[in-house]
Design a protein around this ligand. Structure first.
Ligand code: NAD
Length: 427
């Protein structure tokens, strides 16, 4: 019998906790043997869930890197700007790495991580969960099987969801570029990665991008609005009210995301949520925050052979993260409405419907991203257990290429010009 893969969780927040649940589902395959997080509440929670011994509990990732290697792999789930240093340090120590996306916040740092992992010969999997989503895998399978002939144009929409955007990108951790990263990297690196994957072996030749921060600005603040939702007399008419997003939910007994995220040192209940709204970032008026990331952005891309792609990210949507995609081919049209995939064949003029086969357990909180969180961990753990990086769908090379496209698109937006991809590949 193969012994379980021993993993250390670096950053026991939302993502660290989700990935580590895989050990609850498959204790015979994974054991969580260590955790690092400066937040006592977060690390104690994981310690209890996984019965981790006291000497393997740390308040900072450096303490693990300073010790002799005591596990097979690390799950690096720290905030965006804290990816490069731990990834490099753990690669040098010979740990296999599951690194949350984005890999890092600059192109140079992404390259450095890939180089360090390659030199140390460790497996690197990046948290591009959508690569593991059964439906997006089905789309790739259909394209590769020639279901729509040659791919000519890809149209892809990422609807972020109006209150999700307010939570994460106006009040929350990804609101401000200097503190985390620009939104195309923080949110849409998944989508550029999918487009890159669907385009196959073709290289992106040039791209352009436009976008800005609309609506969530001081000049849009309604007359009479207060600086905090709990004090606001016009809160009832505001879709972004923290009272609606958090307090009403917890009153109805809902303690999952996004409520779970706003109480950083206790479990969420009416009292702790009220306190968080009174004093914390999530109780701020959305028109009075220090947010600067775009609410809407488009990226247009041209690949070798003339394949074009058009991507849109929008904050102001009813749907939350249910991507919508249409891929136009020489022999047919494939569309995904966020629920199922349809392929219209130009020869037969018939439509066939497809769904991805999903065997992810929907309990233990592993059903995130349509089961993709489970499948990503499944692949990573199998790759480590069998020392077989080919099981990883979000490995170093392809992830680096798609991250470089994201940096190039942002460069285009900022400089107001078409960017030729060779410019960055050579720099
Ligand atoms: N793959 C996805 O779809 C997906 C979704 C959401 C977030 N993410 C990414 O995952 C990462 C984590 O996001 P999250 O939502 O879990 O955030 P989070 O804030 O809930 O968790 C991050 C944790 O890292 C801890 N931390 C900070 N400094 C540390 C240090 N020096 N050593 C150890 N731990 C430290 C924080 O205390 C916190 O608990 C981010 O990079 C984010 O962009 C990926």
């Amino acid at each position: 019998m193969i012994s379980p893969v021993r993993v250390i969780v670096v950053g026991a927040g939302c993502r660290g906790e989700i990935y580590s649940k895989f050990a609850t589902v498959h204790p015979e395959r994974v054991q969580v043997v260590g955790v690092a997080d400066p937040r006592r509440f977060a690390r104690s929670k994981l310690q209890q869930q996984h019965k981790i011994v006291d000497e393997n509990i740390f308040d900072d990732w450096h303490r693990i890197a300073d010790r002799e290697k005591f596990a097979d792999a690390v799950l690096v789930c720290t905030p965006d700007h804290l990816h490069k240093e731990p990834a490099m340090a753990f690669a040098k120590k010979g740990y296999h790495i599951l690194l949350e996306k984005p890999m890092a916040t600059t192109a140079e740092d992404c390259r450095a991580i890939v180089e360090a992992c390659t030199q140390s010969g460790v497996i690197l999997s990046v948290g591009h969960v959508l690569r593991y989503d059964p439906v997006t895998r089905k789309i790739k399978e259909l394209i590769d099987a020639g279901a729509i002939g040659d791919v000519i144009h890809i149209q892809h929409l990422e609807p972020v969801g109006f209150y999700h955007f307010a939570h994460s990108f106006v009040r929350g951790n990804w609101r401000n570029e200097a503190e985390s990263s620009f939104v195309l990297l923080a949110k849409s690196c998944h989508d550029i990665d999918l487009i890159h994957d669907w385009a196959g072996a073709r290289r992106c030749v040039k791209l352009s991008s436009f976008g800005s921060l609309s609506h969530f600005r001081k000049d849009k603040k309604p007359p009479g609005a207060a600086d905090r939702c709990l004090d606001c007399s016009v809160e009832k008419d505001c879709p972004y009210s923290g009272c609606k997003i958090y307090l009403d939910r917890v009153k109805q007994g809902h303690t999952g995301w996004p409520v779970s995220v706003i109480c950083t040192s206790s479990l969420p209940d009416i009292e702790s949520v009220t306190e968080a709204l009174k004093t914390g970032p999530y109780g701020r008026c959305v028109y009075e925050c220090d947010n600067d990331v775009c609410t809407n952005q488009v990226v247009h891309m041209e690949f070798e052979g003339g394949l074009t792609a058009s991507f849109s990210m929008v904050a102001f949507t009813k749907e939350m993260c249910k991507r919508k995609t249409t891929i136009y081919g020489s022999m047919g049209e494939l569309s995904y409405n966020g629920h199922e995939v349809s392929v219209f064949d130009f020869v037969t003029q018939r439509t066939t419907k497809h769904t991805g086969l999903d065997n992810a357990p929907n309990h233990f909180g592993m059903s995130g991203h349509g089961g993709a969180d489970y499948h990503l961990m499944d692949a990573f753990i199998s790759a480590v257990a069998n020392n077989d990086p080919s099981l990883i769908r979000s490995g170093p090379e392809e992830t680096l290429l798609s991250h470089l496209l994201v940096f190039q698109a942002e460069q285009s937006r900022l400089e107001g010009r078409v960017v030729y991809c060779d410019e960055m590949m050579q720099s």
